[in-house]
Write a protein that binds this ligand. Sequence first.
Ligand code: F0G
Length: 364
Amino acid sequence: LPIDQSGVWRFRDLLPIVSDFDRAVTLREGNTPLYELPRCAKAAGVDWLLAKHQGMNPTGSFKDTGMTAALSVAADRGFEWVACASTGNTSAAMAAYAARAGLRSIVFIPEGKIAWGKLSQSMDYGALTIQLKTDFDGCVNILTDLVKRFPIYLLNSVNPYRLEGQKTPAFEILEQMDWQVPEHIVVPGGNLANSAALGKGFSEMLHLGLIQSVPKISVIQAEGANPLYRWFTDTNRIMRPVTADTRATAIRIGNPASWRKSAAVIEKMGGWCEQVSEAEIALAKAQIGSEGVGCEPASAVTFAGLKKLVAAGRVLREERTVLILTGHTLKDSDYTINYHRGELLTAEESAGISAADRVLHEEL
Ligand code: F0G
């Protein structure tokens, strides 16, 4: 069966989703590689570092694991239209899965604020692609109003079935590590659904008695789009949305929908929330690239954040850490080219690179 080739549907006994699995909408997502990053490990000061590369999914991001689940529900319920607001990856995934299911899709994206690779995907897969003169948070507001008035199935990450699909990489990591539980998982934080979904996946394994402990889950945000970091470090614990700005456009989000779930995962599982600068992101991305792996900027915040967690003594040298690389390097090739031409970072941003990292930065 096609679903047996899917890294999501092969876990169907653990997914509270549609009855008729033969009709599941799949592109054989999941089953992504777990790579060793020995040079990055050394640079961060740990013995051991792995990357779960979710960018190796059919449309090049982790969003496919959630979209196969949610689109199958949309098709099962007889919807003709689906829609999402997106910083580019959700829309690429939704457009592809909707096309497979024979449904029409509408995408709202912030004009000029998403990578070309992602924009081209939603057009290629035939979505009605609408750029709005606002940011991601503005797109969400407009879409929320639209779905109240028309029979359109909403595929933003507030859709619970997306989280069900997105929890399955936790199962795969355990399988790939022979059911040894890593000490730490490091995830980028944007709208904050992915960290919540992975936390759910590991917790379910614990409740089923398949593992005896869960990893800590830490979430890393860009300094310019850091509402969870601010909440985490605020003694009064008040969530204040921010006006977001970062070149890691995938996570340029100021008012994250799933922040409560993500915060609960960090607190319950014992991780941290950290923020990283534009220079730290660029350098981390180049280091991951130089291992022959590569990822998009938003994914590189994980490695940039890990360095900080190690330096602060929050991740110990012998702890086994898995970075979640959420998107493929080809998603945003402009960013990569600009970095290596020396045209990405401003003089001020470059000046902020630490002495230790400067050597690497100049080598790369
Ligand atoms: N990494 C990439 C490559 C992403 O595309 C996103 C989110 C994230 C990380 C953050 O994940 O939102 O679950 O915390 N992209 C969304 C989109 C918002 O529209 O494609 P999160």
